[in-house]
Design a binder for this molecule. Structure first.
Ligand SMILES: [Zn+2]
Length: 182
């Protein structure tokens, strides 16, 4: 892997959302290889934290800016003095889309699923999944809470709605974490 000093390229290395596993039936768990995220020098601290079941964002020691996805330099002031900070796990749905088409065969059995931009309580936003709720019930500004789901050899952050009745069309809610991130 080649390290780059060009901050404009760092988004290429960003964690991306992957569809949530079908929690009710377990379908899709075994049949196809899962396209797991491939950590590099920039994103490895993020994924290592996820493996510890912590969601961490970067914070600039110079200007205080907080952000995701990971980058070498602060995207606001280009300072290189950055640190990783664990998120509290509370957030809201900033934006979302319901996928009715699978762009990877491994995700076909999960349709439909929700890919969402989650705004963390601390400010950074990340692409993830909303799990544990029928996609048609997901709303912008809905409060969500962090969970982790293990899949494809990595631990993925996902978000589950809080503070409202939760239902699924395909089975009862379960406490098993959903999945997101890749
Ligand atoms: Zn900064």
């Amino acid at each position: 892997m080649v390290e780059t000093s060009d901050p404009s390229r760092q988004c290429d290395e960003a964690p991306q959302a992957v569809p949530p596993r079908d929690e009710a039936s377990g379908a899709g768990a075994a049949e196809l290889p899962y396209p797991a995220p491939q950590p590099d020098e920039v994103t490895r601290p993020f994924w290592d934290a996820c493996a510890r079941r912590e969601l961490c964002f970067q914070e600039c020691a110079g200007c205080g800016h907080r952000w995701l996805p990971p980058s070498v330099l602060c995207p606001r002031c280009w300072g290189a003095d950055t640190r990783w900070t664990p998120a509290c796990g509370e957030g809201t749905v900033f934006s979302f889309a319901v996928y009715h088409r699978a762009y990877h065969p491994a995700f076909r059995s999960r349709l439909p699923y929700v890919v969402a931009v989650i705004e963390l309580g601390e400010g950074p936003r990340l692409l993830s999944n909303v799990v544990g709720m029928a996609p048609a019930e997901v709303r912008v500004d809905m409060p969500v809470r962090l969970e982790f789901q293990d899949e494809g050899g990595v631990t993925l952050p996902v978000f589950r709605p809080v503070g409202m009745s939760v239902s699924r069309p395909d089975g009862p809610p379960v406490s098993q974490p959903g999945e997101g991130g890749g």
